[in-house]
Design a protein around this ligand. Structure first.
Ligand SMILES: Cc1cc2nc3c(=O)[nH]c(=O)nc-3n(C[C@H](O)[C@H](O)[C@H](O)COP(=O)(O)OP(=O)(O)OC[C@H]3O[C@@H](n4cnc5c(N)ncnc54)[C@H](O)[C@@H]3O)c2cc1C
Length: 375
């Protein structure tokens, strides 16, 4: 096993780092580093800068704009994106809907949607969860009934991240309620958010931010041409997509940047218990990085995707992200009320979500138990 980067990979990293440093606009860098709110325009501006460079969708096939980088280069690039402190690339279009279209979409669907996702013309959101159907996703009830060339959709989605920014939503809907296995009878639809009958209602999280929403569908007419894959085969699509979702949750580059900042911020704290926890977190972050490199080495040698054990990255990555905010809170003067102190407290509250979304960490542990440990 070789966990070191080759000289070529180091050169690639340096090139990517230099370009990102030079092209990340100062105001966006400042917003990210002060944990400020990022608007739709902020997110799309950075997306479009990378699109113009041809670096916004490295994993896509070359014919649709991919870079042709191997898995290690893609990992290095992702880490550099996090490390330089850029706004996040919103995954719903780029790394969720697009891989689904590439795998299951018709040529017409690919032509209609992929270039617009690449260029940042359309903002996407993900309509999976419903009240009572989160971990138990297959129990979802939003219904789509066929009416000629359309489906008529009725129901509700919940926790829909950035639906208030979105032009399109990809949804799992029930097209057949008579099936024995709940996983059957589900279909995958692409829905234009401007269609009459769609209502988006904000859910304010405990940090006071408007990030997630409820989305209601009331007799929403969706062309059958917007169904991806066969009717009733939406679960196959959903499973394929969740693998992609979990690969992106480790966020090692961003955590390394946060760790450097925490160390600097807390450099005068001599309390041994605090310093002990700081060291532990650093060791865990290093261990996570090595685990990630192990996955990469295996992928580099076998060409195989990581499989169910990618859940480990989700669990440890999100626990570390939360651990960083916990120590930052402890390092903060409780009496401080400046802009940064308020932002740190909000961030602490905001990061509670990471162990819930993209499949809660308890569910990830179940997956490891079943698929990796064979329990
Ligand atoms: C900030 C945020 C953003 C989100 N964004 C989106 C989005 O854009 N699109 C979307 O579709 N969804 C989104 N979600 C929804 C997210 O996927 C669900 O919240 C998650 O899957 C958990 O489902 P639930 O909320 O229904 O909780 P439940 O499934 O009711 O779980 C409640 C608790 O029970 C535990 N639990 C449940 N089943 C088991 C089990 N079998 N074994 C052990 N423990 C179990 C869970 O881990 C959790 O702690 C988002 C959620 C959050 C918090």
């Amino acid at each position: 096993m070789d966990l070191n980067y080759s000289p070529e990979e180091v050169a690639f990293r340096d090139e990517a780092r230099a370009w990102l440093q030079a092209n990340l606009p100062d105001d966006l860098r400042e917003k990210v580093s002060s944990y400020a709110h990022l608007s739709r325009d902020d997110l799309l501006r950075w997306h479009r800068i990378l699109a113009r460079k041809g670096w916004v969708a490295p994993a896509w096939p070359r014919e649709w704009g991919g870079t042709g980088w191997n898995v290690v280069q893609r990992y290095i690039f992702e880490e550099e994106l996090g490390y330089c402190g850029s706004p996040p690339l919103i995954p719903f279009g780029l790394s969720m809907c697009a891989p689904v279209l590439l795998r299951f979409g018709t040529e017409a669907q690919k032509k209609q949607f992929l270039p617009r996702i690449f260029n940042g013309d359309d903002f996407w959101c993900q309509g999976y969860s419903e009240p009572g159907s989160g971990s138990d996703l297959a129990s979802l009830k939003t219904k789509a009934v066929r009416d000629g060339d359309h489906y008529v959709v009725n129901g509700q989605k919940i926790w829909t991240t950035l639906a208030h920014y979105a032009d399109w939503i990809f949804c799992l809907v029930r097209t057949d309620s008579t099936v024995e296995r709940r996983q059957e009878g589900i279909s995958f639809l692409l829905i234009d958010m401007k269609t009459p009958g769609i209502t988006v209602r904000p859910l304010i999280l405990m940090d006071g931010a408007h990030e997630v929403n409820e989305v209601f569908f009331d007799d929403v007419r969706v062309p059958v041409a917007n169904r991806v894959h066969e009717e009733g085969k939406g679960w196959t699509v959903a499973k394929y997509l969740l693998g992609y979702e979990r690969m992106n949750t480790g966020r090692i580059g961003a955590s390394k940047r946060e760790f450097t900042r925490l160390k600097e911020f807390a450099k005068d704290i001599r309390d041994t218990r605090f310093r002990d926890r700081l060291s532990r977190l650093e060791v865990e972050l290093m261990a996570l990085e090595i685990t990630n490199l192990r996955f990469l080495d295996r992928m580099r040698r076998t060409g195989q995707p990581p499989g169910a054990d990618v859940s480990m990255l989700k669990i440890k990555g999100t626990e570390i992200q939360q651990g960083l905010t916990e120590l930052m809170m402890e390092a903060l003067d409780p009496a401080a009320h400046d802009v940064f102190a308020v932002a740190v407290r909000k961030r602490y509250l905001s990061m509670r979500k990471t162990t819930i979304y993209a499949g809660s960490n308890e569910i990830q542990r179940n997956i490891i138990a079943k698929m990796t440990l064979g329990l």
